[in-house]
Design a protein around this ligand. Sequence first.
Ligand SMILES: NC(=O)C1=CN([C@@H]2O[C@H](COP(=O)(O)OP(=O)(O)OC[C@H]3O[C@@H](n4cnc5c(N)ncnc54)[C@H](OP(=O)(O)O)[C@@H]3O)[C@@H](O)[C@H]2O)C=CC1
Ligand SMILES: CC(=O)C(=O)O
Ligand SMILES: [Mg+2]
Length: 415
Amino acid sequence: MADFRQQALDYHEFPVPGKTAVCLTKPAETSMDLALAYSPGVAEPVREIAKDPDTAYRYTGKGNTVAVISNGTAILGLGNLGPLASKPVMEGKALLFKHFANIDATDIEIKHDTTEQFINTVEAIADTFGGINLEDIKAPECFEIEKTLIERCNVPVFHDDQHGTAIVTTAGMINALEIQGKKIEDAIIVCMGAGAAAIACMTMLIKCGIQRKHIYMLDRKGVIHSERTDINEYKALFANQTTKRTLRDAIAGADAFLGLSGPDVLSGDDVALMADKPVIFACSNPDPEIKPEVAHDVRQDLIMGTGRSDYPNQVNNVLCFPFIFRGALDVRASKINDEMKIAAVHAIADLAKQSVPAAVLAAYPDVDALSFGPDYVIPKPVDPRLLSHVAKAVAQAAIDSGVSVLKSLPEGYMV
Ligand SMILES: NC(=O)C1=CN([C@@H]2O[C@H](COP(=O)(O)OP(=O)(O)OC[C@H]3O[C@@H](n4cnc5c(N)ncnc54)[C@H](OP(=O)(O)O)[C@@H]3O)[C@@H](O)[C@H]2O)C=CC1
Ligand SMILES: CC(=O)C(=O)O
Ligand SMILES: [Mg+2]
């Protein structure tokens, strides 16, 4: 473990600090190149954009850029460690945008006093980019921030921890429940955590068939129930009329547990109380709510997922955000709406049922085979088909729901 820590630090430090850099897309060798790139040539696109702002998509990189913006208030499951400490995660998201979807992402970490100040800062820079990916901003402020920015910005604004996580979790949960022979409308689910990711995941699961009354949501103080007077308006949407108060009360007989909280909050004894053939997605990063080996020691009939790359079933928003933005940017969607999100859910879920290409297996040397089943409920992030499947479904949904500038997919798109 000490070795891994040093390896991770070395990865970030060498051969140059950080994980991203800028590259040029045009020549800059000759005096003519410079005359075109800079003065006097650059004045021509300046004049065009001043006349018609839409031409920024034609003459600048705007249309292929996303800003990854954080204030560091909920960095993974590590908590509020401030904007600068969030930079490795934001650079990491930029790496994933580029590697998986060829989107040029810029990380921006914002220091602020008030929520309004944060919103104003993002609004002021939003036109520079083709889209805004909000990241690791804690609840409940994240809800107002995203809503207001969607209203005020001309480009798609997407809080990844809410919707990216919800899309991937829902895709995985649909498949895992199917493998366990459970109907989604009958499933009882315990959600540990009541923040950005948890609220969005439960909202999306309801849209895809889970019954609201079958959800037990918990925060640090226990079950969110209708007699609590200390809960915000977002948690209140999930307040049940129930006598259950603790995780132990809620987990007894539950079909599924979703962890979006912190490390080691679910014990083996809790897992033993779940219904037959349970599903556990312990998605807290970097340390899950329960270690897979602890859960598997207790139950053999379990489907287990985590947010990490080093266990089967990685339930992580990386399966979504590069690809949903790819689709949205490619048809110039003005927003990322529910139709696009639900299209992404089904594209991800369906891909797990198709046979896995050799390139994916090659990236997991410890795995002999991957096929739809308990250890493979969701595609691997390295699966090259995610790009075409998810981006195409999302782009088509944007067109069909009338939020795109392009009115049909470009000829040969993602074939
Ligand atoms: N795998 C994935 O793709 C993703 C995983 N996550 C993980 O989800 C977690 C939450 O992230 P996010 O929603 O953005 O953060 P927020 O700060 O918005 O929410 C955190 C929530 O978790 C609760 N919580 C934290 N620690 C505990 C604990 N020990 N016991 C019970 N509840 C706890 C908090 O309770 P209270 O309200 O009482 O403070 C709060 O409701 C993180 O661990 C993060 O890594 C997030 C996004 C994606
Ligand atoms: C994966 C991610 O976005 C998180 O843990 O916050
Ligand atoms: Mg995050």
